[in-house]
Design a protein around this ligand. Structure first.
Ligand SMILES: [Fe+2]
Length: 194
């Protein structure tokens, strides 16, 4: 189930959005793979998922601006009363139209372990224009500045029919807070967000 979060458009968020929109902001390009089933895309990684690192199962910060992006995410989750406990992956994606069947990414999960997904959109995509995400059969057409979250269930995205679709993907553990008995050595689980 997709939950739309409130985006308070904090100065941090607006500065970040401006920063990633500059001509000087760097993007990597990954070519299409899986015989064309996985389309090519541009990306700017901040945190790489644990199993991407050969030496240890630890998320790895790969951009000097990671804490900037982290603050953006934490401010939005805070505003929505969701405690951020840990980020496993944080990556900016930029997709574009390509000659592929269905113009769709493979249905996938971002991790094999429990997590939530958070997507922050920097472009708008109306119904009929492509660019939506599909989670459990639910199609979500994002507006610029939308932020959504959903549990780590299988999902896929549709390529935009024209132009770019720019989004930031964050996978995280959230919703756990310290209970009143923490001083006695007991940790109380306070609930899990959607
Ligand atoms: Fe994904």
């Amino acid at each position: 189930m997709i939950t739309k979060l409130k985006n308070p458009l904090t100065p941090t968020y607006l500065d970040f959005k401006n920063y990633i929109s500059r001509d000087t902001f760097s993007w990597n390009h990954s070519e299409a793979s899986w015989e064309g089933a996985n389309p090519g895309f541009f990306s700017h990684p901040f945190i790489i998922r644990p199993f991407s690192v050969d030496v240890a199962k630890i998320p790895k910060m790969v951009c000097k601006h990671t804490m900037y992006a982290h603050q953006v995410i934490e401010e939005i989750l805070d505003f929505n009363n969701i405690t951020l406990n840990c980020i496993y992956r944080m990556n900016l994606n930029k997709t574009y139209p390509q000659d592929f069947l269905d113009q769709q990414t493979p249905v996938h999960v971002d991790h094999e372990f429990p997590h939530s997904n958070l997507l922050m959109y920097f472009t708008s995509h109306k119904e009929g224009e492509g660019g939506q995400i599909i989670v459990d059969g639910e199609h979500y057409f994002p507006e610029e500045d939308d932020v959504i979250t959903f549990p780590g269930t299988p999902h896929s995205t549709i390529l935009p029919k024209k132009g770019f679709r720019v989004s930031m993907v964050t996978t995280y553990l959230g919703g756990y807070t310290r209970g009143p008995h923490v001083d006695k050595g007991e940790i109380i689980r306070d609930g899990v967000d959607a």
